[in-house]
Design a protein around this ligand. Structure first.
Ligand code: ZN
Length: 289
């Protein structure tokens, strides 16, 4: 039975972004204050938003996903809940059975290609049967993030046209290509000139031809110009972590010792909200909700 995806929040958000040609922030939250600031930014900017939690955060803070799910249903703008880089088959099955998520990144990129595709196909069907959309990474994006297996000792692999065909055949809904993007830091100057293959992104987008949506991972240190160039070449879902959260981290580093806790958190939420609003403007999602 083919699942009716007309009500899937993540896909509805990305479909509108594809039609009206803008990018949507898919922002990581590690705690309730960050979650709250992200949602406030979306409502203040009348912008759609995808909230992302890492599998490690689900284990560290088991109730956070339910707070996020409540925020999704109560927000006055379209917001969805996505689990980023789910790499463990049993955990993926537990997540889709117990948490009201809209989409999951089924990341089997630590397996060889045949096994990756086989596992992705099986899990995609299990997610779809529950109305949950699936993202997968083609090629290999190097580097590590919190709780994510570091692929640094493996060779980075650019996404090929064959990869695109294979992952589409596996039944995914969102493709995260490897175009020279990295998990982790590029350095203060951002990606080096030529490091990101925009021509490859553009040709992947043409090949996909609206059958699935494109997510871009590894946006630390991105300038507004690079962000816009990725969106212009077909990236709709912009995974952001430190790009937004560094202002929060910086605030805590500077003020934690001398500020009462409630004030510290309130100020941090305001700072993160403003930073998120800035990037909603940059992505062109402001005013689209
Ligand atoms: Zn990623």
């Amino acid at each position: 039975m083919t699942k009716d995806f007309s009500q899937n929040r993540t896909l509805q958000i990305l479909k509108d972004a594809a039609t009206r040609k803008y990018g949507v922030l898919a922002a990581i939250a590690y705690n309730i204050e960050q979650l709250t600031a992200l949602v406030r930014a979306a409502e203040a900017k009348r912008s759609p938003l995808i909230i992302q939690l890492f599998p490690s955060t689900l284990k560290q803070l088991p109730t956070l996903a339910f707070a996020a799910a409540a925020a999704v249903t109560q927000a006055s703008v379209p917001i969805s809940l996505h689990i980023d880089h789910a790499q463990d088959v049993d955990h993926i099955r537990e997540i889709i059975a117990t948490i009201p998520v809209d989409s999951v990144m089924v990341d089997m990129s630590h397996y060889d290609m045949a096994e990756n595709l086989e596992k992705t196909k099986i899990l995609a069907k299990e997610c779809h049967d529950k109305g949950i959309a699936v993202e997968a990474e083609s090629g290999r994006i190097n580097g590590g993030e919190d709780g994510i297996a570091d692929t640094g000792d493996l060779e980075a692999l650019f996404t090929t046209p064959e990869d695109v065909d294979n992952f589409l055949a596996a039944g995914i809904d969102i493709l995260a290509p490897s175009i020279g993007n990295l998990h982790g830091d590029y350095g203060p100057a951002g990606p080096a000139p030529g490091q990101l293959h925009f021509d490859r992104l553009e040709s992947i987008n043409k090949q996909i031809n609206n059958r699935v949506h494109i997510a871009l991972h590894g946006t630390n240190d991105f300038s507004p110009e690079i962000m816009r160039k990725c969106i212009d070449n077909g990236a709709l879902k912009l995974n952001v972590n430190k790009l937004l959260l560094e202002v929060w981290n910086e605030h805590l580093r500077k003020h934690a010792a001398g500020t009462p806790l409630v004030t510290l958190l309130d100020d941090g939420m305001q700072i993160l909200q403003k930073e998120t609003e800035k990037f909603m403007d940059i992505c062109g999602s402001s005013g689209k909700a």
